[in-house]
Design a protein around this ligand. Structure first.
Ligand code: SF4
Ligand code: SF4
Length: 235
């Protein structure tokens, strides 16, 4: 069985590097929006020595407007650029196809248990609704591992170790490893994999696509995480 420990370390190190680079790029964009304010001439009571985007500025300080501009820029213009990049990644997916190995039907993973998925489906979550309609929970992790040992091992190694995982199989997979209801399969099957960072079985026909766009997909994720961070701090 393949050891995915080094793969996990590689991905972690790569994401860390990309996150640091992305943080510098975003910081540069933030600094470009900084207004030219003469603090020495300001009469508003204030203890700030070196104004920073994360400073808590007093009311009427012109730097408040900087924070508003930054949030507006990051959540509108910058996010639009990320959407274009995401679209280009999904366009590239069209160059690859499913080779009908059946692994994604035999083993699907979720951070939610069946009850949580049903609740989410009732609240209108389309993914949870489609997932709950076809996937059945394995009675035990041992059974999931026995059916797809390599993919199970890869998921366990590469997914967040602090997260509880629930394993499922599709009730519609035939004995020939093909979908028994192909014409009526839901969108989550038609569009699989839904994101470029999805962990795939090594034999999946989309694995080369995943590898070719991994850095760009990580860079988009890092920037989205950073935007959420800025929004949380100053939004
Ligand atoms: S794992 Fe990939 S190649 Fe295998 S059935 Fe699913 S989409 Fe197709
Ligand atoms: S509905 Fe068909 S394609 Fe979708 S997971 Fe089940 S067997 Fe696979």
């Amino acid at each position: 069985m393949q050891d995915y420990g080094s793969e996990s370390e590689r991905m972690e190190a790569l994401y860390k590097k990309i996150y640091i680079e992305s943080a510098k790029i975003i910081r540069n964009e933030v600094d470009k929006l900084k207004p030219d304010v003469n603090c020495r001439a300001c009469t508003i009571p204030c203890d700030i020595q070196k104004p920073d985007i994360f400073s808590v500025f007093p009311p009427k300080c012109p730097y408040n407007n900087w924070q508003i501009k930054v949030i507006s820029y990051l959540t509108n213009d910058y996010k639009s650029k990320l959407r274009v990049s995401k679209k280009s990644i999904m366009e590239k997916k069209k160059d690859y196809s499913c080779n009908k190995c059946g692994n994604c039907c035999k083993l699907a993973v979720s951070e939610f248990n069946p009850m949580q998925l049903k609740q989410r489906a009732l609240r209108g979550d389309k993914y949870a609704k489609e997932f709950s309609a076809i996937y059945v929970p394995y009675e035990s992790e041992e059974m999931a591992e026995a059916i797809c040992p390599d993919f199970y091992n890869k998921l366990k190694e590469l997914m967040n170790p602090n997260e509880r995982l629930y394993f499922y199989y599709c009730s519609k997979l035939g004995a020939d490893d093909l979908c028994s209801d192909y014409e009526n399969r839901p969108d989550i099957c038609k569009d699989f994999p839904l994101t470029a960072l999805k962990i795939l079985p090594d034999c999946c026909g989309y694995q080369p696509w995943h590898e070719s766009v991994e850095k760009l997909a990580m860079s988009i994720k890092a920037r989205e995480d950073l935007i959420a961070f800025y929004k949380n701090k100053i939004g």
